[in-house]
Design a binder for this molecule. Structure first.
Ligand SMILES: C[S@@+](CC[C@H](N)C(=O)[O-])C[C@H]1O[C@@H](n2cnc3c(N)ncnc32)[C@H](O)[C@@H]1O
Length: 377
């Protein structure tokens, strides 16, 4: 088969998958995990996106949240709805790339045995990205009660773009019960990380579930997206921006080729996410000085501005006068992205309409992840 024919087959399949994810929303073990073409289409197109989304979320867990590396022994990761491995393998690769040396175990569960085979092959083929690691694929339908496995306790529990499929057509209260059951396998110093596609209904559902889970289980705490253990305000109000990250990342050649006639968004990854932990988050004080950017960064005539949610749980409008601002300072501000966490190192005056006027020098980075292409990529 020539290249163009192959690409067209993948394109057709991607359009079908896109319709399934966004319109028909019907999922079962035969829907897209039972044919090689479906898995290859997902792998060549969506895989890099879900990989990047969980990379950002795991990076935040490892650097900003209270997650501790086990003193000895393996780091065990449980990936529910692992598919061909984008989220679980990204997690292995990130842990290795930041120099953590513990042996790694990825326990990958999915109802598509074909996807799990791809995961195993990928793990073997790119072993240099995750040396000293093992994968343990397990096939099963996760809609039904999760079996509590006494044998293992996990350091990280991942659900990469899979919760919305596994819990499709279930009530919030049922999903809360399901997650409670699933998270019984977590160690005390561990975290539960969930990424979801940036679709408003899915993101709102995610935050509603997480809010109920934290209220029901006194041992669970919100670590992210918001600060100081606060829940996502999206469940309380009808804000224009629901809490999803929008982050730039360099595209991959094959994704660009496939996308040429499709014109889908491939330069940014948009996703909703939540990180829960089992240890009370340390209070960021004074709370008004810590915030997460929750809107696009806008350049207007005289100002650069964005909305942020501070660690006191309130939304503020942050504004920077461009007059007399150096080019470097402007570029630094325009380099910020939705999802960045910053600290303000200056006295603050909150004006009417929750406006805060700042200088670029007042901002200190807390979590500003950026993806840099290495020379051989
Ligand atoms: C959108 S894919 C995400 C795959 C992978 N986690 C990633 O980050 O790219 C959703 C995955 O959830 C799996 N899945 C959906 N419903 C499931 C169920 N009831 N039981 C087990 N796996 C399920 C699908 O087979 C698929 O691999």
């Amino acid at each position: 088969m020539g290249e163009e024919k192959r690409l067209n087959l993948l394109r057709q399949e991607i359009v079908e998958q896109s319709d399934r994810f966004n319109k028909s929303r019907s999922f079962d073990s035969l829907s897209y995990g039972s044919r090689d073409l479906s898995i290859l289409a997902y792998g060549n197109f969506y895989f890099s996106r879900t990989w990047m989304a969980i990379m950002f979320a795991v990076a935040e867990t490892l650097t900003r949240c209270q997650w501790t590396i086990p003193k000895s022994g393996p780091i065990r990761i449980l990936d529910l709805g692992s598919g061909s491995g984008a989220s679980g393998l990204a997690c292995l690769s990130l842990i290795r790339s930041i120099g953590i040396q513990n042996p790694l175990e990825l326990h990958a569960w999915d109802y598509s045995s074909k996807s799990l085979h791809y995961l195993k092959d990928l793990h073997r083929a790119c072993y240099n990205l995750w040396p000293n690691s093992k994968v343990f694929p397990k096939r099963g339908d996760l809609r039904f009660q999760m079996q509590e496995r006494k044998k293992y306790r996990y350091d990280l529990l991942l659900l990469g773009y899979s919760l919305n499929e596994i819990r499709e057509e279930h009530k919030v209260s049922e999903s809360v019960e399901w997650l409670k059951q699933a998270s019984r396998v977590l160690k005390r110093s561990s975290c539960l990380i969930i990424t979801e596609p940036a679709e408003s209904k899915i993101c709102r559902n995610l935050h509603e579930i997480m809010d109920h889970l934290v209220k029901d289980e006194k041992n669970f705490f919100h670590f992210a997206p918001y600060l100081n253990g606060l829940p996502c305000p999206m469940t309380r109000n009808d804000s224009k921006y629901f809490s999803h990250e929008v982050r730039r990342y360099p595209t991959i050649e094959i994704v660009e080729k496939i996308n040429r006639p499709l014109h889908l968004e491939i330069r940014e990854v948009k996703f909703g996410f939540s990180i829960l932990g089992l240890e009370k988050p340390e209070l960021k004080s004074p709370p008004l000085h810590f915030f997460r950017i929750i809107s696009p960064v806008k350049k207007r005539k005289g100002t650069i501005s964005f909305l942020g949610l501070a660690a006191d749980g309130v939304e503020y409008y942050y504004e920077f006068q461009r007059r007399d601002m150096s080019e470097e300072a402007k570029n630094n501000l325009l380099f910020l992205e939705r999802g960045d966490v910053l600290r303000i190192g200056a006295n603050l005056e909150v004006k009417e309409g929750n406006r805060i006027r700042l200088s670029e020098k007042d901002l200190n980075p807390i979590f500003l992840p950026r993806f840099v292409k290495s020379k051989n990529q």
